[in-house]
Design a protein around this ligand. Structure first.
Ligand SMILES: [Fe+2]
Ligand SMILES: [Fe+2]
Length: 418
């Protein structure tokens, strides 16, 4: 072979290797990325009673199957992990476009209400840092929760979401947080989740996160409707209808009942009716003073040509008949609050359901938002991201929408005696 031909052959070989590497990376069949073998993506949630349990989810590289949580009440005279207990987690393998990894989750039970606990997760050899959480105190009448509208960012830089999250948590000191869908821009792209979890570091390990699924978590890249990455990476109550477990669920905190729905279920899906029936039963059954319902697509919208009539027909009659106090949506990246509505009509304060769109906590904004006739308050947050604080006291719920810098956009009070 001439020198020229050897050079040509080498060039072809190099090109083939390069192409192969790129293809392997794209199709996700390359070997697992080099994550630390120590746990990361640690996130708290509740799958049972917030006063006596907490659920911890984390991930490791796919070769780690040992799954442990070490935990103990925080005591000044007893440095952790002395006197701690051990709980075992369950492990499942999640396939992603960046490779496989193991998701671990463990529910700590028989905790004492109103107590600060320290914990760490790991395999018995490699442990995470030590974090803390606080169980719900008995007879909690007064607390704050923070709800975030779409945290999605178009790139893998979730700086805006991180800044909004940190500002809200520092200012409001909530007991837990809720994301109203579109946490990420493409829920089938693990790069987005890497960025989302990285942005939540330092918060998600200590505050339960109870998310609703949005259209951007829905897997348009896969044949399957179920948002596998969302379902795997959050551990949520399994009290919803079968087929929609952990996408549709409810939980109680203090005197409030929180319901999370999946507004991506189309009316031609057999799951549609199931969700409606479940919602009816769930709202009828609760004896809690406050009923707060969260789902992604707004029945009362702010964006041009995006009415979500299917969602309105599916949920609104049930919500209004069963006296939901407040409905919180995302999707439109607007800050909007309706007049109280009952039977589709505007009614007096505290007599109907108020629908809220929770702004945006990520970088995406829309230029075609406007104040519709049902909106008592409207703002297009192009200048800054926003969040919504829900401040519960014995007889009132204050709903406060703020810009990231703390400027109050809208404050609304719902009063209710027992
Ligand atoms: Fe969105
Ligand atoms: Fe959306």
């Amino acid at each position: 072979m001439s020198r020229r031909n050897v050079f040509k052959a080498l060039l072809v070989l190099a090109f083939t290797v390069l192409l192969g590497t790129a293809w392997l990376h794209q199709t996700g069949t390359n070997k697992a990325p080099d994550w630390g073998r120590s746990p990361d993506h640690i996130v708290l949630s509740w799958t049972a009673d917030p006063a006596t349990t907490v659920t911890i989810t984390w991930r490791t590289s796919p070769d780690i199957f040992k799954s442990l949580v070490q935990y103990a009440p925080r005591l000044n005279d007893n440095p952790f992990p002395a006197g701690s207990s051990l709980a075992r987690g369950r492990v499942t393998t999640l396939k992603t476009n960046l490779g496989n990894y193991n998701i671990h989750n463990a529910t700590l039970t028989n905790l004492r209400p109103g107590v600060i606990y320290l914990y760490r997760v790991g395999d018995g050899t490699r442990w995470s840092r030590i974090y803390s959480f606080t169980t719900e105190a008995r007879n909690t009448g007064q607390f704050t929760a923070v709800v975030f509208g779409d945290s999605q960012c178009s790139s893998e830089n979730y700086r805006v979401w991180r800044e909004t999250l940190l500002a809200a948590v520092k200012r409001e000191t909530p007991r837990f947080i809720i994301n109203a869908g579109d946490l990420v821009d493409n829920g089938s792209d693990q790069k987005q989740w890497e960025a989302w979890f990285a942005a939540g570091k330092g918060v998600l390990e200590g505050l339960p996160e109870m998310p609703a699924v949005g259209n951007h978590e829905s897997p348009w890249l896969e044949g399957d409707r179920l948002p596998q990455s969302f379902l795997a990476q959050f551990s949520l109550p399994e009290n919803g209808p079968s087929g929609l477990k952990e996408l549709v669920y409810s939980f109680d905190y203090g005197d409030a009942h929180f319901v999370i729905l999946d507004s991506q279920v189309g009316s031609n899906s057999p799951l549609f009716k199931l969700q409606q029936n479940w919602l009816k039963e769930d709202l009828k059954r609760t004896k809690q003073r406050w009923k707060i319902v969260i789902f992604h697509r707004p029945p009362y919208y702010a964006k041009t040509n995006r009415a979500n009539d299917d969602v309105k027909e599916a949920f609104c009659p049930i919500l209004e008949e069963n006296h939901a106090d407040l409905v919180i949506n995302g999707h439109d990246h607007a800050v909007m609050r309706t007049y109280p509505i009952a039977g589709g009509r505007i009614v007096a304060r505290s007599k109907g359901t108020v629908y809220l769109i929770a702004g945006r906590s990520g970088e995406k904004t829309y230029s075609d938002l406007s104040q519709k006739r049902w909106a008592q308050y409207f703002y297009n947050p192009v200048d800054q991201p926003t969040y919504t604080a829900l401040k519960f006291t014995e007889g009132s719920l204050r709903v406060i929408c703020k810009k990231m810098d703390g400027t109050i956009l809208d404050a609304y009070v719902i009063e209710k005696s027992s």
